[in-house]
Design a protein around this ligand. Structure first.
Ligand code: AVJ
Length: 314
């Protein structure tokens, strides 16, 4: 199946379900990846500066924990622009460590920019980029015996439901050997108002990020969404740490999608669920690690304790 066929099938499934939904993984086409860049620049969106701080100030401590005695690879899933990762890689370069950086992203444009940026700032590093989804790339990586530090930064794990976290971690394990490491970014529970502002910003950038899903259906599948007839709603539940985001149909409407040759009906105020962004507690992270067969080496937190990069090993 081509990527377009998979996209079409998922959109059809999601829009014909009793509770309509579109997976947040479809946010990241080239345009969506660009809007996410804008989100990361918003003053309300704290995860980026927090993780930047962690990698800048504690990157050295992280590297001290690694027990590699041969050249290794740093494999990054969902690399995005790589600016935060550069802080860590800079430390490796300063130490004269021999390594290859393997950034993986589904957006070709994001990868091109990342590689150009990395070459400009750290010309000495060896980069072997991969464009594609995590799962196909993991299959390729599982063939390799090179000692690896896997990076899954930015709080991307927050997008996965409990069951999906299990299968994701099982997939990571498959491309790891004993002695390899996994560094995962988890957004932590904090003042609920802080979280709410980060996911429902006053300028509507997060709204545009969500509306882009409809534009993407229009562009790629010949959809007929009138995007001004949809609003955005996001809710943080401090009891379970979940931010859930939705598109809301403002009027009753029927939308035709050419590629699927199907129509989808929306009631007034009907919601399309688009994203889970789960916030964790440290004990929860430890239990996720242990129940999935990992050992926690250390949690690295920013000074406000908003975010952690948690280092695990097999
Ligand atoms: C890229 C998944 C980490 O959940 O914080 C930002 C995506 N969604 N604002 C997140 C996102 C709304 C982001 N991750």
């Amino acid at each position: 199946m081509t990527d377009l066929q998979t996209f079409a099938r998922d959109i059809h499934k999601g829009l014909s379900a009793p509770q309509k939904h579109i997976s947040s993984k479809y946010f990241y086409d080239d345009i969506g990846s660009g809007i996410f860049q804008d989100i990361m620049k918003m003053p309300e969106y704290y995860p980026t500066p927090c993780e930047f701080e962690i990698l800048s100030l504690q990157g050295g401590n992280m590297l001290d924990k690694l027990n590699f005695d041969e050249p290794f690879q740093v494999v990054e899933f969902g690399a995005g622009d790589g600016i935060k990762t550069r802080q860590l890689l800079k430390k490796l370069v300063e130490r004269g460590t021999e390594f290859t950086y393997v950034p993986i992203d589904i957006s070709a444009r994001a990868i091109e920019e990342l590689v150009a940026n990395m070459r400009a700032h750290l010309p000495e590093i060896r980069i072997s980029p991969m464009i594609g989804n995590y799962f196909t790339m993991m299959e390729e990586l599982s063939q390799s015996r090179v000692p690896s530090l896997l990076l899954f930064l930015g709080g991307n794990i927050g997008n996965y439901e409990n069951q999906e976290v299990k299968s994701l971690l099982a997939d990571f394990r498959k491309c790891m050997n004993p002695g390899d490491y996994l560094l995962t970014g988890f957004d932590l529970q904090k003042n609920p108002a802080t979280i709410r502002c980060a996911y429902d910003d006053p300028k509507g950038i997060t709204k545009a990020f969500n509306i882009n899903l409809l534009h993407r259906i229009n562009r790629e599948l010949g959809g007929g969404f009138k995007t001004n007839q949809f609003d955005f709603y996001s809710h943080y539940n401090p009891v379970n740490g979940e931010v859930r985001s939705y598109l809301v149909s403002l009027v009753p409407q029927r939308v035709h999608v050419q590629y699927l040759d199907k129509c989808y009906d929306f009631d007034r105020n009907e919601i399309i669920w688009t994203e889970l962004s789960k916030k964790y507690t440290l004990p929860e992270i430890e239990s996720v690690a242990e129940t999935n067969g990992f050992r926690v080496v250390e949690h690295f937190l920013d000074c406000k304790a908003y975010f952690t990069d948690s280092l695990w090993t097999l």
